[in-house]
Design a protein around this ligand. Structure first.
Ligand code: CTP
Length: 405
């Protein structure tokens, strides 16, 4: 039940950091995804390379790294986890957390997160017993922070007492308890969804292709929203430059035919959302070698063939048809009228109609405005005003949750 969940692991400074490598391994064995932030102190005890190798992910270290911000900003890093785990949590990071400091990537992510936080403190016994640390722990617990350990025993500093990092098995058990309790309450837990996103590329020859301006932003945001709501999501994506949504199985494809095969492979599913801007045509005779200008001035005559319609195919797929099939209608005029006809023609349940006329900036942009058409009656259309594509994804997800409840 915890497979596919996401943890943001913050490794702060302390000799016990080496034990966290074992925690990572055990969580990865359970197919839990881990993104790690390594503090400057943490880096003294474990290397970024070992953390990256074990998490199978990039390790984040620098608040002001432009590359990291472009790929995955610190806000997103802190928001896309089901749980933020601080292990080992040093006296220093606990003090910073308790007083809301944000001087580096780890503390900024901790202050910015709206997700549950678990700490596994580790430090010298006197540091642990110090009234300042105890007051910080009391403050953090009053904020809802979950604590694992520390345990008592021999400490790395040679002293004995409370302050030992909880054993890896105990930390892993606490994480699993938490995640399993959490998934039971998510509204789409147990539901499987397949989402298509992005453009398709249809090759003309080995170096040229037919494509469109789709960015994949809307489809990727929908996949993320469904995963956040507890669904088991497969995202079939054409070529895009976006990062993968967290906690989602991503299948990358190029052509419409590959996209159809990947979608069919992901069935059965309860929900299908076709947000991809699939190329309607491909070249009928893809050239095996690069087409050359031969100097005669004769321009190659591209013959086109129609691509399979993925939305129509799965809407009409009989026994393997998902219970709820949702498509988009990209229109430049008579938006709801064309979309209603498209819904009937393709046989899907709902159509999200959007205006993609060039002056709207919808295609490839960050904003969208949608009419949800869920039946033949125009009076029942819902209008979702112009907002971020993430906002539209959230509205669709809420509507899907309502449909199943
Ligand atoms: N779609 C699909 N496979 C295709 C073409 C479209 O799955 N080969 C899906 C899109 O993902 C979208 C819906 O069908 O959910 C409508 O796409 P749209 O581009 O609006 O319509 P078309 O089917 O291409 O029709 P037209 O070009 O005539 O508007």
């Amino acid at each position: 039940m915890s497979a596919g969940k996401n943890i943001l692991l913050i490794i702060s400074g302390g000799i016990a950091a080496y034990k966290v490598l074992e925690v990572i391994r055990r969580l990865r064995d359970r197919e839990i995804n881990i993104r790690a932030i390594l503090t400057k102190g943490g880096e003294q005890f474990v290397t970024p390379l070992s953390v990256a190798a074990l998490t199978e992910n990039k390790v984040y270290q620098d608040l002001f790294s432009l590359t990291d911000e472009a790929e995955m900003g610190h806000i997103r890093l802190s928001r896309e986890a089901d749980l933020v785990l601080v292990a080992p949590a040093s006296a220093d990071i606990l003090a910073k957390m308790a007083t809301g400091q944000a001087g580096d990537l780890a503390t900024t992510a901790l202050l910015a997160t709206n997700k549950p936080v678990m700490i596994a403190p580790a430090m010298n016994v006197e540091m642990w017993n110090h009234p300042a640390t105890q007051a910080n722990i009391a403050t953090l617990e009053s904020h809802g922070v979950i604590r694992v350990g520390p345990s008592a025993g021999d400490l790395a500093c040679g002293e004995t007492g409370s302050g030992r990092l909880a054993e890896p098995a105990e930390i892993v058990a606490s994480v699993l308890d938490f995640l399993e309790g959490q998934s039971a309450t998510k509204p789409l837990a147990g539901k499987k969804a397949v989402v298509t996103s992005g453009p398709t590329h249809e090759p003309i020859d080995p170096v040229r292709y037919i494509a469109n301006r789709s960015s994949g932003k809307q489809g990727h945001a929908i996949a993320q929203a469904l995963a956040n709501a507890g669904a088991d999501v497969t995202l079939v994506s054409g070529p895009v430059t976006l990062p993968d949504p967290v906690g989602v199985t991503v299948v990358r494809v190029e052509t419409a035919r590959d996209m159809l095969a990947a979608v069919q492979n992901a069935l059965p599913a309860d929900i299908a959302v076709c947000a991809a801007a699939v190329a309607d045509w491909r070249t009928a005779d893809e050239a095996g070698q690069k087409l050359k200008k031969d100097g005669s001035g004769i321009i190659p005559d591209l013959k086109l063939a129609e691509n399979p319609d993925i939305l129509a195919t799965i809407s009409q797929s009989g026994a393997s048809r998902p219970g709820l099939v949702i498509g988009f209608a990209a229109e430049t005029e008579k938006v709801t009228e064309h979309a209603r006809a498209k819904r009937a023609r393709k046989g899907c349940d709902w159509i999200l109609a959007n205006d993609v006329a060039p002056d709207t900036g919808t295609f490839g942009g960050d904003l969208n405005e949608v009419f949800l058409i869920s039946g033949d009656d125009a009076g029942a259309d819902e209008h979702w005003s112009r907002q971020s594509k993430t906002g539209i994804a959230g509205a669709l997800c809420a509507r899907i949750i309502k449909h199943f409840s």
